[in-house]
Design a protein around this ligand. Structure first.
Ligand code: ADP
Length: 640
């Protein structure tokens, strides 16, 4: 199945998912770090503020103590306060408020009385503060308030009393804005947005006057651990780009870009490569089809599984009529014998080419088919078949075979004719014997001396002789009859004996002598008896004819039989005749080669055909000192 994504797309998607996860993790980690920072920093800031305010308180308490002990003049008071205000600019004024709420001493003296009044808490708040301080005899903070200049302040009142009398309070007017700016270290103010928020949540002062940036920043509030605890320090973290995040983001983008570029590049490369290889495949295919179409041989390719015809060439279309969607089985059904080449078992592996000759039933034409397994263009297993028209050759072979069969018969008849005188002699013997036995019987019958016991043996012998004569006639008929070859296990000695017997027209006055040399325990051969007899009779006749010029005593035909190489038996017929010239030897086994005026020149050609039919070989060699040796081989019978 084809994937929906290419490898490049998959890589890209995986990469994007990975990057998003990494970014989310980084963001979380970053926020966590910032939150921790914030918690730590806000505590530090609160600590610093508290310390500063406590220092201010101690200063006021010290002054108050000195005053109540009567050791502080107004001048000293003013000097000490002025000095302190230089160090603590968040304190705008220090005012001695009498129990009547009237202003008694006030510093710095750079301010006028109305100036001091405009900075102070509302009258009622001043009264409450005075009362509270007097009643508790402890320093007290006022409620935060907005002065006429629109800024927020707070007053810190320290009781001023001797042992006997309450002298009022020493009030410090403190600018709340200092809590969010001047009293905090610069790194804190730069890092964070700091605000002072009252108990209603209203912002009284801010470190940065610019309008607030959008929400979403980390923000945290902490009560200022001053005695009244009504103010809160609200700290908001600026969004900060961590170096790590920046680097990661940058390199991620860089990597992502290069990956996309790489993907695109390889996609394009792949595309070009594919187009090129597709074009090449197309060209190859065209060339392949052109070549196949120009062949004078029918070519077709069939699918091994479905049997569908995948391809047929031009010659195929011209030679056979092809029904649409024809299956190979239907096509091959038009031939005899049915090649059944569809079955892989019949086709073999990819290396093997199977050949067979089949006849197209309707056109009566013969084809040699070759089939082998191939991989088709889509990789499936297919079979490539080629069919060459061999009708002419098959016809020629058929004619040749018919001719040869006729010649074989002719030669057999001729051999039989030669055998005739021998046979006549052979038949004469039993016939003469029969005549003798029957005459004897007749005489006894006529003389009335016949008894069953006296004539029965004679009649029996006559019958045996008649049977023998019948067998001889049967053999001649057998020899001459046209018949299919019948191979069987044959003992050569008896066959050779028969041949020598038939080869001598008049056994009573032999013209030739035979030397028979058969190896002891010679195994049987697997052959057709009549055919081998025919070969030997032919060779013996040629040998005899070659020695016709010799004196009778020199006419010797030697027959040998022995086991040779390759499990074959070698039979030879040699003579002392005129021999065969080298020129003649070259075409000796070709048909119509003869030196005889009445010869047909077919004898040796037929002999060789018969031996080759028996998977044997026939050869000739000169005999020493003269004559010829013809030799042939025959296979040993398996259970011989
Ligand atoms: P044919 O006997 O009809 O001529 P063969 O094919 O039997 O045909 O023999 C072809 C020729 O080979 C003969 O004409 C003869 O010249 C030669 N030939 C065959 N056998 C012998 C032999 N044993 N010695 C000499 N020549 C032979």
């Amino acid at each position: 199945m084809k994937s929906r994504f290419s490898i490049h797309e998959a890589i890209l998607i995986a990469f994007l998912v990975g990057i998003s996860l990494l970014m989310a993790l980084l963001y979380r980690h970053e926020t966590e770090l910032q939150r921790n920072d914030l918690t730590r920093d806000i505590s530090v800031a609160e600590q610093l503020l508290t310390t500063q305010l406590e220092a201010d308180q101690s200063f006021l308490e010290q002054i108050a103590r000195e005053k109540s002990e009567g050791a502080l003049s107004r001048e000293q008071f003013e000097t000490r306060v002025a000095k302190r205000l230089l160090e603590s600019p968040h304190i705008l004024a220090v005012i001695w408020t009498q129990p009547s709420q009237a202003l008694y001493w006030a510093a710095p003296n750079t301010r006028s009385a109305s100036d001091f009044q405009s900075l102070r808490a509302p009258f009622a708040e001043q009264a409450r503060l005075l009362r509270l301080t007097q009643s508790t005899n402890r320093p007290t903070y006022s409620e935060p308030y907005t002065a006429t200049d629109g800024k927020s302040y707070i007053e810190y009142a320290v009781p001023l009393a001797t042992e006997t009398a309450f002298l009022g309070t020493l009030n410090a007017v403190i600018a709340i804005s200092a809590f969010s700016r001047a009293l905090l270290p610069p790194w804190f103010v730069n890092k964070y947005d700091v605000a002072i928020v009252n108990s209603d949540g209203a912002t009284l002062a801010r470190s940065d006057d610019r309008p607030r940036q959008s929400s979403g920043y980390l923000s945290q509030r902490q009560n200022l651990s001053l005695p009244w605890k009504r103010l809160q320090l609200e700290v908001t973290a600026q969004k900060r780009g961590s170096v790590l995040a920046g680097v990661t983001l940058g390199s991620t983008i860089l990597l992502l870009t290069s990956m996309i570029a790489w993907s695109l590049y390889s996609l394009r490369k792949e595309g070009t490569r594919r187009t090129r290889s597709e074009q090449k495949a197309l060209q190859i295919n065209e060339r392949f089809e052109t070549v196949l179409d120009s062949l004078n041989v029918a070519v077709y390719v069939s699918d091994e599984i479905t049997g569908a015809l995948l391809y047929v060439n031009q010659h195929f279309r011209e030679t056979f009529t092809l029904a649409p969607d024809m299956q190979i089985a239907a096509f091959e059904g038009q031939f005899a014998p049915n090649p059944n080449s569809l079955l892989p078992a019949n086709v073999g592996d990819f290396e093997t080419v199977n050949k067979s000759e089949i006849e197209h039933l309707s056109s009566k034409r013969w084809f040699i088919t070759r089939v082998r397994r191939v991989r088709w263009v889509d990789g499936s297993a297919a079979q490539l078949h080629t069919m060459g028209d061999v009708t002419d050759r098959v016809d020629a072979e058929r004619v040749k075979r018919a001719q040869q069969e006729r010649l074989m018969l002719t030669s057999r008849l001729m051999t039989a004719g030669e055998m005739a005188s021998t046979l006549a002699h052979e038949i004469n013997q039993p016939l003469a014997a029969i005549t003798n036995y029957l005459n004897g019987c007749m005489q006894r019958l006529r003389a009335d001396s016949a008894t069953v016991a006296s004539i029965a043996p004679a009649i029996e012998k006559a019958s045996q002789q008649a049977e023998r004569a019948g067998k001889i006639i049967h053999r001649v008929r057998e020899f001459v009859r046209t018949r299919d070859p019948q191979r069987e296990s044959i003992a050569l000695p008896s066959l050779i004996a028969d041949v020598t017997r038939f080869s001598e027209p008049d056994a009573s006055k032999p013209q030739h002598s035979f030397a028979i040399n058969i190896a002891p325990d010679l195994p049987n051969v697997f052959a057709d008896r009549i055919m081998i007899e025919q070969v030997l009779l032919n060779l013996v006749r040629n040998a005899r004819e070659a020695m016709a010029e010799r004196a009778v005593g020199e006419r010797l035909v030697t027959l040998t039989a022995a086991v040779g190489a390759d499990n074959m038996i070698v039979v030879s017929v040699s003579d002392r005749g005129h021999g065969i010239s080298p020129e003649l030897a070259q075409n000796l086994f070709s048909p119509f080669t003869t030196t005889k005026s009445d010869g047909m020149g077919m004898g040796l050609s037929i002999c060789r055909s018969i031996i080759e039919y028996h998977e044997g070989q026939m050869r000739f060699q000169p005999n020493v000192p003269q004559g010829a040796i013809f030799e042939f081989t025959l296979p040993i019978a398996e259970n011989a």
